[in-house]
Design a protein around this ligand. Sequence first.
Ligand code: ZN
Length: 64
Amino acid sequence: MSSWGSPSRLSSDLYRERTASEQPVSLRRKRCACGKSVTAKQLVQYRACIACVRAGAKQMQAAA
Ligand SMILES: [Zn+2]
């Protein structure tokens, strides 16, 4: 029986989840529509990653 192995692994997973949930919202990783991971702050400000914001700005300039 090696039941002493799993509890420590479980507690480390719980610790990781807890520390992740305690991070400021602005530092949490979100995912842009293009699949690139961005900070929540970036998503709130620009609703996309830098690449998508720049691509959108280029398209708007081309249309104007
Ligand atoms: Zn993007």
